[in-house]
Write a new protein. Sequence first.
Length: 233
Amino acid sequence: MTPKDDRPEVRQRLLDAGLKFFANRGFGNTKIRDISEEAGSNIAAINYYFGDKLGFYQAVRTYALKLCEEKTAHFRSMVETDPWKALYSHIDTMLSATFDHKLYQSNLLLMRELLGSNQSLRPQWNEEDERRHRQYMERISAMLSALLQEAATPMNINMLRYTYHSLCMFLPIQTFFEKTIRKDVANPFCVTDSLNQKNLRNYIYQTIKRTVDVMRQQSNGKESLVDTPKFEN
């Protein structure tokens, strides 16, 4: 390894390049040489910072999780003070995985694990992982409970969560499927070419707003309009 590789920015370039290749190709189809060339470094630098290919993958995975957590941090403080604004922020955060290439790659990397191609590489969850996931789900439930008010049953909370999670996640997954697997599709859909983040965010937000209103009407047996703010930016 040359002295110029012993710099923090080299490690960062390697992580970014590793995220790109592991996300798009998977662990088995990724060559370390390709990553080092993308990062403008050499294989010795990967060995120096990460040990071996598996150690490098685990470091890239940790980096991907960190990017996702940092993106959700700003919405947490809104849950108790303004749940509608928190929902809007969370939808925006989830959609960032479509419009921000690093977050897209992070979600794609983690999705590969869920689908099985990288599953054997995923470390077992420890107590800290369980704690963070539990806190995240508690925040989501608290936010949706505040929106639903008297209609906040476990079934309604889960249905609402799955509704907007699905809306936020389906489009990038379908885009990836058509562009990389169904290459025979004549006119593959690309969400980033067809929509902008602001319009998609507002559409999903208004969909959830209407769903909440219906659930609350069903709960109290009479018309109940939810007064929610409009966000334009």
